[in-house]
Design a protein around this ligand. Structure first.
Ligand code: ARG
Length: 366
């Protein structure tokens, strides 16, 4: 195991640092490293996906479509490119893995960032009693949006789209996403009529918008990218986690299970029904997503094809192993080396936690 506190004596500066949230302002060691091979933007993007140690879907890395948007300069243009990305990635539901690369890092003054974690996010409405309506994960982002002058819908729901918050040099603005660009799927169950009445839904395209696309020579703090969903991301985590939509107690109740004990495995039963519902609903509506059994098989296939290419797939076990039925998938029963290389995707410090992000927010507060 790498000790995350000791930088490696030699080799890629990412070793031991893959879980760090980088702020490019003080990432001198990264910016100096410049060990990138001379490949096209498209190839670098695909290799970044191939090297993404937390992604189980990497068998498909060669299919990433890379949009070169490096010439854009204005916040309005960044917003338009993000909209175009969503539209093309969604398509008719078949979902195209895609990355749109905005201008590279050229110092704090010219920083371009999307403050949202994903292009599509649901608001967290705080009520006076401290309870939250919506996705608690987006509480801080919702607060930022409100501070910038965003007004939530007159009758708030659990699934209200947050605006895109775009920083472009000294500008910080919010943009309402056109509803018709956001494909959503209502969650129903193949056998339980009541399931649809829970009123759950989720969006079709997971487009991460707050990571750094790092070729090694260049760093792109604004390069939204997407694949398609694996069912458990929604069914086991987004809708299931206690700190998210927390739906297991509701579903167990409907299933007639006693939620005062643990040994009847009411949480587990509820999880399976919820995950089956997610998979079935997306399939019914022709929106691509993969189940965790197939994704696990494909990941093993990816490891094998990497070996044939003379490389060894690097991976972070706790992220690769699915959150339900782990031991019933082949990815559980082995280990993985963890020496990430460029090109890659890096976590980025939350903008509202950096000094200049706070300053910008203060300046644009309404
Ligand atoms: N887990 C995140 C979510 O539930 C999405 C992360 C990216 N997922 C993907 N399949 N590309 O929204």
């Amino acid at each position: 195991m790498n000790d995350p506190n000791t930088p490696p004596a030699s080799g890629c500066p990412l070793h031991g640092h893959h879980a760090k949230r980088w702020d490019l302002v003080d990432a001198a060691e990264l910016l100096k490293s410049a060990t990138a091979a001379d490949v096209s933007l498209e190839q670098a993007g695909r290799e970044a996906w191939r090297n993404a140690v937390r992604c189980i879907g990497r068998l498909h890395w060669k299919s990433l479509e890379v949009i070169d948007a490096r010439q854009l300069a204005m916040a309005d243009e960044i917003f338009e490119a993000a909209c175009e990305h969503l539209k093309r990635a969604t398509g008719d539901g078949r979902i195209t893995p895609m990355m749109t690369v905005m201008p590279p890092w050229r110092g704090a003054e010219n920083e371009i960032r999307i403050w949202n974690h994903q292009l599509v996010r649901y608001a967290a409405h705080e009520s006076a009693d401290g309870s939250i309506l919506g996705d608690p994960m987006n509480l801080e982002l919702t607060r930022v949006a409100l501070a910038l002058g965003w007004r939530p819908p007159a009758s708030p729901t659990r699934f209200d789209l947050l605006p895109l918050i775009i920083q472009c040099g000294g500008a910080l603005r919010f943009y309402e996403l056109p509803k018709h660009l956001v494909r959503e799927v209502e969650i129903r169950h193949p056998r339980y009529e009541w399931f649809g009445e829970l009123g759950l839904k989720w969006y079709a395209v997971p487009a991460i918008s707050d990571m750094i696309f790092a070729t090694g020579a260049e760093f792109y703090p604004c390069a939204p990218f997407n694949g398609w969903y694996m069912g458990t991301e929604i069914g086991a985590r987004d809708l299931g986690d206690v700190g998210r939509y927390n739906q297991l107690p509701v579903i167990a109740e409907k299933l007639g299970l006693d939620t005062r004990q643990t040994r009847n495995l009411w949480r587990d039963h509820a999880l399976v029904e919820l995950n089956e519902a997610v998979l079935w609903s997306f399939q019914q509506e022709g929106v691509r997503l993969v189940d965790h059994h197939q994704a696990s098989r494909e990941f093993i296939e990816f490891c094998e094809s990497e070996q044939r290419a003379g490389r060894e797939a690097q991976a972070e076990w706790p992220w690769i192993v699915p959150p339900i039925s782990a031991s019933a998938t082949p990815v559980f029963h082995r280990g993985y080396p963890l020496q990430p290389e460029f090109p890659n995707y890096l976590l980025q410090a939350s903008p509202w936690q950096t000094a200049r992000g706070r300053e910008l927010l203060q300046k644009h507060r309404r």
